[in-house]
Design a protein around this ligand. Structure first.
Ligand code: UDX
Length: 464
């Protein structure tokens, strides 16, 4: 089949290359000519394991190319919409302008195809009601219709998640009608290899499909903020949140995934998606239903502030102190720094007058663009040299495996804040480190060395 992907940002770029991998003829379109040129030359504009390989394979096989010109995609059978839906500048809602503009540009060129069936398939994360509105933009185009097929890919696993997803969700305007059946058959043909591999496929109405995606992200964010809220309780009581997470996660009904307490969630999706979900519920007159998501957001923001407080507890005034931060990306195996908790902590430390050196295997260039004056050092050992305090804020494999003895010989003072709960505090303490973690009680119950000990909380039990 001939397939176009409009918007080759993170989602669209991976989708385009993955569709070529499935054997389709794919044209990726973007208004950013620099990005189009890079991808046409086989260069990935972001770090994503396995992506550059399928990009180059698609280009070499002649099944994948990129353009900025809508006229070149007019003849495709299926058009995927992979455009970004960022947070609006004036509030919590999603900015849908690029999506609306793309559908308008597409509608203008589609008549050139001569009226054969054309399927437009939205993949972006959008508030419920968006698909129906976009479909109205296509009513004047003979043969064209729209489906919504939300994307659930995680950065770092994007290729795998696209080619072997947990499920495919198809949203249609009017389920169980001949028109919907024909559209489902067309999209099934695009995903034939996945469906043959027994990936479950669920068909539902537009609004339900849109809600599936935002609900999934809201649930994941809630799970993370839940455990981070418990981390606050652990800090107040001397409990250990990693043990709480391990123990509650053994209950199948709860499950152990997404219960890693630390400096919280960031990235281009979860933070803006929960805010857009809140705004959408308010617009629909059911704001109260999602009031708890404001608290999910607030817990998440508090963790970033808490790390800086712990730094103050360890060093006193931060002005002039040499601090090394391990990690700038919002999570490991990514060079994405959008709403990165690590980078926000860096900015706060810099504002407090600390001399901060940041290291990260992939994200330093992007970090430097976001934080003016940022001092980046790509080599971990050089970054650590002379530090009065080290903060581990993104759990890249190489930081998880750091040797406390070797690092102690590099730094000026063996003090560590483990913002992701990935180091073994006992092992580091045994080597002379003062180590603080989030939610692993500064209290005596954990034997943590305490500078400004925990506030006594007689109302809460201290575990033995
Ligand atoms: C997320 C969703 O997982 C994905 O399904 C959706 O399509 C897009 O948004 P992504 O942004 O790639 O994917 O990151 P994810 O792996 O979900 O992590 C999000 C953030 O949560 C990261 O900052 C990560 O460090 C943090 N996180 C994750 C935790 O703090 N604790 C956890 O237990 C898990």
């Amino acid at each position: 089949m001939i397939v176009s992907v409009i918007g080759v940002g993170y989602l669209g770029a991976v989708h385009a290359a993955a569709m070529a991998e499935l054997g389709h003829d794919v044209i990726g379109l973007d208004v950013d000519s620099g990005r189009v040129a890079a991808m046409q030359a086989g260069r990935a504009p972001f770090h994503e394991p396995g992506f550059e390989e399928i990009l180059r394979r698609g280009l070499a096989a002649g099944r994948l190319r990129f353009t900025t010109d809508y006229a070149e995609i007019a003849h495709a059978d299926v058009h995927f919409l992979g455009l970004g839906t960022p947070q609006r500048a004036d509030g919590f809602g999603a900015d849908l302008r690029s999506l609306e503009a793309a559908v308008a540009s597409l509608a203008a060129v589609l008549p050139a195809r001569g009226g054969g069936p054309t399927l437009v398939v939205g993949k972006s994360t959008v508030p419920a009601g968006t698909a129906r509105r976009l479909r109205a933009q296509l009513t004047a185009v003979p043969g064209a219709d729209l489906m919504w097929n939300p994307e659930f890919l995680r950065e770092g696993f994007a290729v795998q998640d696209t080619l072997a997803p947990d499920r495919l969700v198809y949203g249609v305007a009017e389920p169980e009608t001949p028109a919907a059946d024909a559209q489902v058959a067309m999209l099934d043909a695009v995903y034939a290899r996945l469906i043959a591999g027994e990936v479950p496929r669920l068909v539902m109405g537009f609004e339900t499909a849109e809600l599936v995606k935002v609900s999934a992200n809201a649930f994941l964010a809630t799970k993370i903020s839940f455990i981070n809220a418990i981390a606050e309780l652990c800090e107040a009581t001397g409990g250990d949140v990693t043990d709480v997470a391990r123990a509650i996660g053994m209950d199948d009904r709860i499950g152990g995934k997404f219960l890693r307490a630390g400096i919280g969630f960031g990235g281009g999706c979860l933070p803006k998606d929960i805010r857009a979900f809140i705004a959408s519920a308010e617009d629909l007159g059911v704001g109260e239903a999602l009031g708890f998501l404001r608290e999910v957001d607030a817990v998440n923001q508090r963790r970033r502030v808490r790390v800086v407080e712990i730094a103050r507890e360890l060093l006193g005034d931060l002005a002039g102190q040499r601090i090394t931060v391990l990690g700038a990306a919002f999570k490991p195996d990514s060079d994405d720094v959008r709403d990165s908790p690590a980078l926000e902590v860096v900015s706060r430390l810099m504002s407090a007058g600390a001399h901060v050196t940041v290291t990260d295997p992939e994200a330093l260039d992007n970090a430097a663009k976001r934080v003016p004056g940022l001092v980046g050092e790509p080599h971990t050992e050089q970054a650590l040299a002379g530090a009065e305090l080290v903060l581990l804020l993104t759990e890249w494999r190489e930081y998880r495996g750091l040797d406390p003895v070797r690092v102690r010989n590099l730094v000026a003072a063996p003090r560590m804040i483990d913002g992701r709960n990935v180091l073994d505090p006992g092992a580091w303490r045994d080597e002379g480190w003062e180590i603080r973690s989030l939610g692993r009680g500064a209290g005596p119950a954990n034997g943590t060395s305490v500078v400004d000990g925990p506030v006594a909380r007689p109302d809460l039990p201290i575990p033995a």
